[in-house]
Design a binder for this molecule. Structure first.
Ligand SMILES: *Cc1c(COP(=O)(O)O)cnc(C)c1O
Length: 392
């Protein structure tokens, strides 16, 4: 934890129970600059906005990335609030005709099409507006996949076009008057921690696209290889090895057709997770049936990430000596389970984590909370006040 963050937490202690998200924008820009600086020729890094669409984050990221990947009309509004010219690409599994029209009117660069019906909708909207939409077909690959990625890719999902249906979609894309097929979109995994596995997956994408080009007599201009680079929440000292990944990427990209001019990444988690922290005050500490609990202000309604991934989220303790109550101050040491203020046993942020000492009134700071934290949470369940959001 930085001194600045601890200072902020200590400033807040003594008022309403501490409950805040803090984002370090300097750390964000350093991290993202280091990533984009090592991208090889042809590669561009878009930011997948669904990981965190807070306006100050978007403004810090806009000059560093190739643009934003959006998945709704609301996200397009947020992108356009940052700048009328920020490049935007539009994905998402169930776009409405109105969103498609909004995207075309507001200069979205490319649409990632997820079904045959959607392809028809895009063409109809573009024709109505007197334009042609550049599209990538998002494909859910059949496999077989390289062994390293087996656990993650090629499962039935609601996303993309089944590879078996690709011939029909490619013909339709060529015949429909309002669309121009410029390539394919392949995003098949989430939170991948292994650079080796990611490289293998990309090599597989390259071979697959080359084969489709031969099969369909196509020349792709753009391939989108998705996001899915992960954050290791269990071992913060052992993160995705981006430098090794970037070093070996050029040889893997040799598997992609030489005429492809642009290879797009659209990462969310890996770009913004580490710049965010979630600080919550311990309201109570108790033992129940042999388990020690710390009950905090806040919970999964504000930070659903650990519950959605079923992990114990890493935290550090900010010891607070001040204790103004005349009541005895409860404390625990050893394994503690951190829970929120919701009336459901699922409101767990971390389970059986060893602490030296934890008292009511101390503050816990959860790190790597910048992606899919506040954004994916059900904020108004139980109607507690929302946390403060601070941007350094
Ligand atoms: C969620 C999503 C991303 C970003 O995924 P991360 O795991 O956050 O990198 C990229 N592309 C698509 C299509 C997505 O749905």
């Amino acid at each position: 934890m930085t001194e600045r963050l601890e200072g902020l937490v200590r400033e807040r202690v003594g008022g309403d129970p501490v409950c805040l998200f803090a984002y370090d924008l300097d750390r964000l820009t350093d991290h993202v600059r280091a990533i984009t600086a090592t991208l090889p020729r042809r590669c561009r890094m878009f930011y997948a906005m669904k990981a965190n669409s807070a306006d100050p984050l978007l403004r810090a990221l806009a000059p560093l990335v190739a643009g934003f990947e959006i998945a709704s009309g609301g996200e397009l509004d947020k992108a356009r609030a940052v700048g009328a010219d920020v490049p935007v690409i539009f994905g998402g599994p169930a776009k409405t005709p109105a969103e498609i029209e909004q995207a075309l009117k507001q200069g979205v660069q490319r649409l990632h099409v997820e079904s045959l019906l959607e392809l028809h909708r895009v063409s109809a909207a573009a024709t109505r507006l007197g334009t042609t939409a550049e599209v990538l077909l998002r494909v859910n690959l059949s496999g077989p996949f390289p062994t390293a990625t087996l656990a993650m890719a090629g499962k039935p999902t609601q996303f993309g076009i089944d590879e078996q249906d690709l011939p029909g979609c490619v013909s339709a894309a060529r015949e429909l008057p309002g669309v121009r097929l410029v390539g394919f979109h392949l995003h098949s995994l989430s939170n991948n921690l292994s650079a080796d596995a990611h490289l293998e997956l990309l090599a597989h994408y390259g071979r697959t696209v080359s084969q489709w080009e031969r099969e369909f007599g196509l020349r792709c201009e753009v391939i989108n290889v998705g996001g899915g680079i992960g954050v290791d929440y269990a071992r913060l000292d052992r993160q995705f090895d981006w430098p090794a990944f970037a070093r070996r990427l050029p040889s893997v990209l040799a598997e992609f057709p030489a005429h492809v001019r642009e290879i797009d990444f659209e990462c969310g988690r890996y770009l913004v997770a580490e710049c965010g922290s979630y600080a919550v005050e311990v309201l109570d500490v108790k033992r129940n049936h042999g388990v020690q609990y710390a009950l905090v202000r806040g919970g999964t309604h504000q930070f659903r990430l650990p519950s959605s991934w079923q992990h114990s989220h890493p935290f550090t303790v900010v010891p607070v000596d001040r204790w103004e109550s005349t009541a005895p101050r409860p404390e625990v040491s050893g394994p503690v389970t951190v829970v929120g203020e919701l009336c459901t046993p699922k409101d767990v942020l971390a389970r059986d984590v060893a602490v030296e000492r934890l008292r009511a009134g101390d503050v816990l700071v959860f790190s790597h909370a910048g992606a899919y934290g506040w954004e994916i949470s059900h904020h108004d369940f139980l109607s507690h006040p929302h946390p403060e959001h601070v941007f350094f």
